[in-house]
Design a protein around this ligand. Structure first.
Ligand code: ADP
Ligand code: MG
Length: 251
């Protein structure tokens, strides 16, 4: 098996001549939790878009588990084992927490088949474990619309995990959360990192300090610096381009 889950070589993405990513090189071991930071416009979302197949590389390549994803559709890449968590939760508000997870465990079937068929013992166990992992076991029968924003975020992370991805891509999971919800989401990601490879894009530096082992800093479409959070925070270039800037929310 390839020990690198992701290898990105000389990746450039041009939008009408503007290089959102510029000769970017990146690699990550299987089982790693990697945090990616960088100022607005650094190319973080484009980076995730290329990994998931939403955007095609102009030049360079992306290898997932050693396989070039170039000609694959977003759907095919997802099926290879890449799960993406968007910033806004995408849960079914009219369904209960448990029903949302049941659906994700059965995503090849349709909604009605899932909701009205008896669930197997194995499936029930999976959903119960997931409910525990995301800290929503006490709210399993509650409609998702009644959850707090942080709980919805955790539910969506649970729905992603239900699809057993090898690599989880999580874009700004704590934007708009309270401090305690932020910490819970951090604990959840650390828990999941024991059995998954995870990339987290984040602005919130306190959260980054809570979860980060290796940090990659993007700037102007390329990797500016990589290291532990201490190394990165003390790097003069990083201080200049990122930490010296006022915080600004992006999409
Ligand atoms: P980040 O997520 O780090 O804030 P993005 O990846 O969203 O950065 O954007 C990187 C740069 O590419 C920005 O300057 C942005 O305006 C530009 N960009 C992103 N997507 C497009 C697009 N579809 N068309 C043109 N320019 C884009
Ligand atoms: Mg972005």
């Amino acid at each position: 098996m390839n020990s690198k889950i992701l290898e990105i070589e000389n990746l450039t993405v041009s939008f009408d001549g503007f290089k959102a990513l510029n000769q970017l090189n990146f690699s990550m071991d299987t089982g790693e939790l990697r945090v990616i930071i960088g100022p607005n416009g650094a190319g973080k979302t484009t980076f995730i878009d290329v990994i998931t197949g939403k955007v095609q590389p102009t030049t360079g390549r992306v290898l997932f588990k050693g396989r070039n994803t170039r000609r694959l559709s977003e759907h095919q890449i997802a099926r290879l084992g890449i799960g993406r968590k968007f910033q806004t939760p995408r849960v079914y508000l009219n369904l209960t927490v448990r029903e949302n997870l049941d659906l994700s465990c059965n995503r090849n079937q349709n909604v009605f088949a899932t909701l009205f068929k008896p669930t197997s013992v194995a499936e029930r166990n999976t959903v119960k474990n997931l409910l525990e992992t995301i800290g929503l076991i006490g709210k399993a029968e509650m409609k998702a619309e009644l959850l707090s924003h942080g709980e919805k975020q955790r539910l969506e992370i649970g729905m992603l995990v239900a699809q057993s991805p090898d690599l989880l891509l999580v874009d700004e999971p704590v934007a708009g959360l309270t401090d305690s919800e932020t910490e819970q989401t951090g604990d959840l990601l650390l828990n999941l990192a024991e059995s998954h490879s995870i990339i987290v894009i984040e602005h919130d530096m306190e959260f980054v300090r809570q979860i980060a082992r290796q940090v990659t800093v993007l700037h102007q479409g390329a990797v500016l610096c990589e290291g532990t959070i201490e190394e990165v925070q003390n790097d003069p270039q990083v201080i200049e381009v990122y930490l010296g800037q006022p915080y600004e929310q992006d999409e």
